[in-house]
Every structure is written in structure tokens, then in C-alpha cells.
Design a protein around this ligand. Structure first.
Ligand SMILES: Cc1cc2nc3c(=O)[nH]c(=O)nc-3n(C[C@H](O)[C@H](O)[C@H](O)COP(=O)(O)OP(=O)(O)OC[C@H]3O[C@@H](n4cnc5c(N)ncnc54)[C@H](O)[C@@H]3O)c2cc1C
Length: 473
């Protein structure tokens, strides 16, 4: 099994794209974007659409799509990248939350629309999302989650309950007791999306410089036009400098405790034979997850494989990063076990590739989009694992904010939202590892049969984890 090499998705494209040149020297721009993932590239793409004469420069430490955008599970989902209740504390209250939900649903279609318009062959299929429960406790949690989203006015057209049989008719997950189907979700090949998006942005005139790490970002201290992104090749001075570095943000001076780099790992099988797919079903290409505390997520790829992910080692001390996507062998084994348990028909399938990446988690688990016109500094991220669609919405929003356009997007409740900083080490490491140890134990206890006391203990442990970590439900 291959391990690392950024991701299977990049290898499936035939390896990395030809590297773009580094920044040739000091430069002036209208907007300088730090980070060439979905957030940075969508922002650049829409900025040039709205303001074709602006000079928009993207500075990328490695290559466009090196980060989570080239490694993720390929769920373009309208799931809220944060807590409805916390966003509702903002000035627009519940109405703002409902607007954000609607905007995220539209965003799934917007990603599909741009793929079509720009001929981005990213295997986009809007087959919805299926969350399955495989134990009575998971089923109870599924129902509670459904009641919660119903209380926000979401009907069957947004989240529909499925019986065990209806669930298995869609995807034959072993032991499925029920599911929730959400139609506003699509499946993509993540690296194909980010590579195609980078090319589309360039066609609009965006300049992308690769192998150009930004070493510091500073604001213009009240004088519009003076924000700076520093690099070893020279500084880029711009009216706006936008930090779009999500899980990598902790490496930048002054932002070490802003977003926690949460690790997520994936494995992919070899292509499965037709007979296996006949048993599994999954003809609708729904994105799939379960209701475990340490949950899994998966997709059926366009080339007939199952790609499945989960948490693995959740966090590395001091916000350290993986080496080019290499994950721990034990994590790859554990993900393979989940896959075989859920899909006995694929039990003999070879695992071909394992990899990992980091996503950004804010202390209050709520994504945000910010721009301060006075300093010229902006940023977006912290999507807590729901960043594929959310980065598109954030990009469109940042573009409006930078251009001073007041739009329905700029009044969404995640705009201007700020969470507190993460705790310093070693509390940060101990907290995250403690949380996932509790979740794993809770999952084990819940999975044990015939002992309500153990199940209740598992649920109680998970609640303790939620309370300490601040994870919203
Ligand atoms: C394994 C995994 C599975 C996931 N699955 C899903 C999913 O199925 N659905 C979903 O919605 N979300 C998922 N996510 C989350 C989602 O992929 C991210 O939220 C999203 O891609 C973030 O995009 P981004 O552009 O903000 O960050 P990234 O894609 O991480 O891009 C940041 C870029 O900034 C660059 N950079 C960092 N520091 C600097 C610097 N100092 N100077 C210049 N450049 C810099 C990096 O090299 C990187 O290319 C997953 C994440 C992972 C890791």
C-alpha cells in the first residue's frame, strides 16, 4: 500500500501538475492571497470575475492543492461548518443562520455550475449525503440530530429519515438500522477540482506563484494600500492581504493558536469488481458517513473504488504537520477494518493508498470570514471538516468584502465571527488526545451488545468530551 505522496487523488491524476514558478521578486498587487487551496483560489477566481482589471496574486508555499484541498474526502456538502446556536448569538440571530444554511445549499450547485462552465472534470455528482446508524445508540443520536435540524425549520426536502431497509437500498452498509438522507451534497475528485480551479483562475488572469512560503503578514495600520506578505523572494504589498491557509495557519507568526491543525486520514481500495458493486449498491454516489463519535466518511469514486476516511491520530504536538501526507500505518489498518466491517462484500479488496492531511478547527468550532478594510487584512477558514463547499462560499464572500460590495453574503453570520485562541501546549495536545480517547472508548462501549449500562457509560463519556472540547451538537 502506498502511504503519503500527498494523496491518492493526486496520484490518480497522474502525479502533480507542472510546478509554477516562484515569486520573481518584490511586487505590488491589488490583492495578495496567501495559500493556494480552495479558499484562496475561489477568492481569486471570483475577485477577477468582479474586478477583471485588479492584480490578484496567489502565493503558495508548496503547490496549488498541496493542502487539504487536494487530499479530502470529496464531499461537497451543505453541512454547517459550525454551530447554528453559536452563530445565532450574532446580530442577525436565527434568521442569519437560516440564510447561511440556504447559502450553503446553493453553494453545492454553484460548485457544480463552475465545474460545468470551466470544463473542470472533477467527477461532480450531486447524489446527496447519507448518514447511517449501525447501532441503537447511533440510531438514537441520528434521530436527535434530525430533531435538532428540524427545530431550525429544515423539512424532509433537506433532511429525510430513512428506515434500515431504505438506507440499505441506497447503500448496503452492514447492520444499517436507519439513516438520514440530505440531497444537498455532491461527490467530487478533490485534486481534480483544485487543479481545475487553479487553471480557471489563471485563465481569468490570476497570478499563482508556487514554492513561495509567506513568512509573515502585516497590516497597513490604518492606511489602505499598505498590507504586506513577506517572502524570501521579496515582499508583496497590496491593498488587501488574505490569509487562506486553514490547517497550516499555526505556522504563521501571530496566528499560532488561531486554528488547530486537526488531522484526518484516508484509505482507498483497488477498483471493485461489478459483482461487488451489485451487492453494495451505491448507484447514487451519495457521500456516506456514520454516527460514531469518531465518525467515518466515504465516497464511491468515479473509478469504482471506495475512499474512506476517519480521524486517526487527531493532532500532533505543537501543531506539527505530516510529511507530504504520510499517515500512521496503524491508522491505515484501523480504517481498513472499518471499511471491511461496513462492506463485507469488499472484505478482500486490497487497500491501495493511505494518506492524511490537516483541516483547521477554531476554538469554538465555528468557521469565519473576516476582512478589515483599515488594515487590509482578511482571512477565511476553520471549516471543521466541512470546507469543500464552505470554501467556495467564503471565497465569494471575501471577494465582496475586499471590493466593498455589500451583498447578502456579507451579512451572513460567519462574517466577522471571532472565536477565542486555543490553549497553549501541552494543554492543547492533552485536550485533543483526551477528547478522541474518550470518543473511541465511547464508540467501543456503545458497540458492545447487551449491556445498557456500558452503552450509557459510553454516551456519558462522549458528553464529557463534548463539554470540555466545546464541540457543538
Ligand atoms: C483528509 C481530509 C478529508 C477531508 N474531507 C472533507 C470532505 O469530504 N468535505 C469537506 O467539506 N471538507 C473536508 N475536509 C476539509 C477540507 O478539505 C478543507 O476544509 C478545505 O480544503 C480547506 O481549504 P483551504 O484552501 O482553506 O486550505 P488548504 O487546502 O489546506 O490550503 C491551504 C494552502 O496554503 C498553503 N500554505 C500554508 N502556509 C502557507 C504560507 N505560509 N505561505 C504560502 N502558502 C501557505 C498550503 O501549502 C496549502 O496549499 C477534509 C480535510 C482533510 C485533511
Amino acid at each position: 500500500m502506498r502511504n503519503g505522496e500527498v494523496s491518492y487523488w493526486w496520484q490518480a491524476l497522474g502525479g502533480f501538475t507542472t510546478r509554477r514558478p516562484s515569486l520573481p521578486g518584490p511586487a505590488e498587487a491589488d490583492v495578495c492571497i496567501v495559500g493556494g487551496g480552495y479558499t484562496g483560489l475561489w477568492t481569486a477566481y471570483y475577485l477577477k470575475g468582479l474586478s477583471p482589471d485588479s492584480r490578484v496574486v496567489v502565493l503558495e508555499a508548496a503547490f496549488a492543492g498541496y493542502g487539504a484541498s487536494g487530499r479530502n474526502g470529496g464531499w461537497v456538502t451543505a453541512e454547517m461548518p459550525g454551530s447554528r446556536d453559536r452563530y445565532a448569538d450574532g446580530p442577525r440571530g436565527a434568521e442569519g443562520v437560516r440564510d447561511l444554511e440556504a447559502a450553503l445549499r446553493d453553494t453545492v450547485d454553484e460548485v457544480g455550475r463552475v465545474c460545468e462552465a470551466e470544463s473542470i472534470a472533477a467527477d461532480f455528482v450531486k447524489g446527496g449525503r447519507l448518514s447511517v446508524a449501525t447501532s441503537p445508540t447511533q440510531l438514537a443520536r441520528l434521530r436527535a440530530g434530525l430533531a435538532h435540524v428540524r427545530s431550525w425549520g429544515n423539512g424532509d426536502d433537506v433532511y429525510a429519515f430513512l428506515s434500515g431497509e431504505q438506507t440499505r437500498e441506497r447503500i448496503n452498509v452492514a447492520g444499517a438500522l436507519g439513516g438520514v438522507y440530505a440531497p444537498h451534497s455532491a461527490r467530487v475528485q478533490p485534486a481534480a477540482l483544485v487543479a481545475g480551479l487553479a487553471a480557471a483562475a489563471e485563465r481569468r488572469g490570476v497570478e499563482i506563484y508556487e514554492a513561495t512560503p509567506v513568512t509573515a503578514i502585516s497590516g497597513g495600520a490604518g492606511t489602505a494600500g499598505g498590507a504586506v506578505a513577506q517572502t524570501d523572494f521579496g515582499d508583496v504589498r497590496a491593498r488587501a492581504v488574505l490569509r487562506c491557509t486553514e490547517g497550516f495557519t499555526a505556522r504563521l507568526p501571530g496566528a499560532r493558536r488561531t486554528l488547530l491543525p486537526m488531522n484526518s486520514s484516508m484509505v482507498v481500495t483497488e477498483p471493485l469488481p461489478g459483482a461487488t458493486w451489485k451487492e453494495i449498491g451505491w448507484d447514487g454516489f451519495e457521500t456516506l458517513s456514520d454516527e460514531a463519535h469518531a465518525y467515518m466518511y466515504a465516497q464511491r469514486t468515479a473509478d469504482g473504488r471506495i475512499a474512506l476516511g476517519g480521524r486517526g491520530v487527531p493532532y500532533r504536538f505543537g501543531s506539527a504537520l505530516d510529511h507530504r501526507g504520510a499517515t500512521s500505518p496503524a491508522t491505515a489498518v484501523a480504517l481498513g477494518q472499518i471499511l471491511r466491517r461496513m462492506f463485507p462484500a469488499a472484505a478482500s479488496a486490497r487497500m491501495e493508498h493511505a494518506w492524511c492531511g490537516v483541516l483547521g478547527v477554531p476554538r469554538d468550532w465555528c468557521a469565519s470570514v473576516n476582512f478589515d478594510a483599515a488594515s487590509g487584512l482578511g482571512w477565511a477558514g476553520g471549516y471543521t471538516g466541512h470546507g469543500v463547499a464552505a470554501a467556495n462560499l467564503a471565497g465569494r464572500t471575501l471577494a465582496d468584502l475586499v471590493l466593498g460590495v455589500s451583498s447578502p453574503l456579507t451579512s451572513l453570520p460567519w462574517v466577522g465571527h471571532r472565536g477565542r485562541q486555543w490553549e497553549p501546549e501541552p494543554a492543547r495536545w492533552a485536550g485533543v488526545h483526551g477528547l478522541y480517547a474518550l470518543y473511541r472508548l465511547a464508540d467501543q462501549l456503545e458497540g458492545s451488545t447487551g449491556s445498557p449500562a456500558r452503552v450509557a457509560a459510553g454516551e456519558a463519556l462522549a458528553r464529557v468530551g463534548d463539554l470540555v472540547s466545546g464541540i457543538p451538537h
